[in-house]
Write a protein that binds this ligand. Structure first.
Ligand code: PLP
Length: 384
């Protein structure tokens, strides 16, 4: 449903990897790191072999320790929450805002005020007795989270901030690109993202020492250029030159991809206008969204049919739509985890539907989706 769009540059870059025998290390990986760092306004970038690996490294760079707790939105793809578990740390799932589906800073603040102790240095969860040391801010579905509110809160309570901008490469708040705002940001180049590298991810940061340490960790923590000496446990997380070759080619078309995603959202907006009970997730004033996914929210009472009913009917017409992620405080994978709120995310998960949004989606195919949703509304009226 969100298929990568590949071109001739990918072929010629990959060919040169093979001809020069530069599959793992080589110039493309480095060039791609520079391109992404420059694009988001970060001084440094360290390529990884996935976005999940980037988040795992970011948590290590933030100094999160086993047994600590980390705030994260409950409405997200599960990968960033899993990386908290990889650290032996514990997620605290925070509910989202109803209007933009992003982590609710006000609710997080209330949780801190009512359920935590702060001694000026250490924030402690009263119920578990554990330290809370970081927050992962996921910019969800191509929209920006309220990173400024979270960073202000984090500064007050001594929390490290990591941005997960895997779904929001190119999204801006004013002139600032997300992922490059907090001290550490993470990206993914999985096949369904705005641009792909055939997998791969990246950590970006303004800190030179932090970048150097990240590079060390993703290269098995090798401590000597000649001898095979390791002073720490490292990871085989490096981005390969093959990833870089595809990534560089895709990066050359990033503005085209963004324009295409925005045009898709505009076409849905126009096509679904006036349809009662259906609302498209839209950017707020002062922000610029890349609309990784165009998503609607269905008010079943007004529309006459639930989001899941629409999904099923469209599936019958061979149109693939997707429900949003199960809120993680409901996920078996994170059973027993703490959460503050969650009802808003649960309602969004009931009511949301992501529409076909691939960069190469044709206007005709999109109109078919729009017509199909309109026909659902007609069918609902007939049976009402
Ligand atoms: C895709 C994604 C990731 C993980 O990226 P991979 O490259 O698939 O490991 C992390 N966070 C979010 C929000 C994502 O959408």
């Amino acid at each position: 449903m969100y298929v990568p769009v590949l071109g001739r540059e990918e072929v010629s870059n990959l060919t040169s990897c093979v001809e020069n025998n530069e599959l793992i290390r080589g110039p493309f990986a480095t060039q791609f790191e520079r391109q992404i760092a420059g694009f988001v306004g970060a001084a440094h970038a360290v390529g990884t072999n996935s976005g999940t690996a980037a988040l795992h490294v970011a948590l290590m760079l933030s100094g999160v320790q086993a047994g600590e707790e980390v705030f994260i939105t409950t409405l997200t793809f599960i990968a960033p929450a899993n990386t908290i578990a990889y650290m032996g740390a514990h997620p605290i799932f925070v509910d989202v805002r109803d209007d933009d589906w992003q982590i609710d800073a006000a609710r997080m603040e209330r949780f801190i005020a009512e359920r935590c102790d702060f001694d000026g240095q250490v924030l402690r969860n009263r119920e578990t007795g554990r330290r809370i040391t970081a927050v992962i801010v996921v910019h969800f579905f191509g929209m920006p989270a309220d990173i400024d509110a979270i960073m202000a809160l984090a500064a007050r309570y001594n929390l490290k901030v990591i941005e997960d901008a895997a779904q929001a490469l190119g999204t801006r708040i004013g002139t600032r690109r997300v992922g490059g705002i907090a001290p550490i940001g993470c990206f993914s180049f999985y096949g369904n993202k705005l641009i792909t590298a055939g997998g791969g991810g990246m950590v970006v940061t303004g800190g030179e020492a932090m970048a150097a340490r990240g590079r060390y960790l993703v290269n098995q923590a090798k401590d000597d250029p000649v001898e095979t000496l390791h002073n720490e446990i490292g990871y085989n997380y490096r981005m390969t030159n093959l990833h870089g070759a595809i990534g560089c080619a895709q990066f050359g078309r990033i503005e085209q991809h963004i324009a295409a995603k925005r045009a898709i959202s505009q076409r849905y907006l126009a096509g679904l206008a006036g349809l009662g009970g259906v609302e498209l997730l839209r950017e707020k004033p002062g922000t610029f969204c890349t609309y990784w996914l165009s998503s609607i929210r269905v008010d079943a009472r007004r529309f006459g049919m639930t989001a899941r009913d629409i999904l099923a009917r469209l599936r019958g017409l061979e149109i693939e739509t997707l429900p949003v992620y199960q809120p993680l405080h409901r996920s078996k994978a994170h059973e027993g985890a703490q959460h503050c709120g969650g009802a808003v995310a649960e309602r969004i998960a009931e009511e949301a539907l992501s529409l076909p949004s691939s960069v190469d989606l044709s206007a005709d195919d999109q109109d078919r989706v729009i017509d199909a949703i309109r026909s659902c509304a007609k069918a609902a009226r007939r049976t009402a």
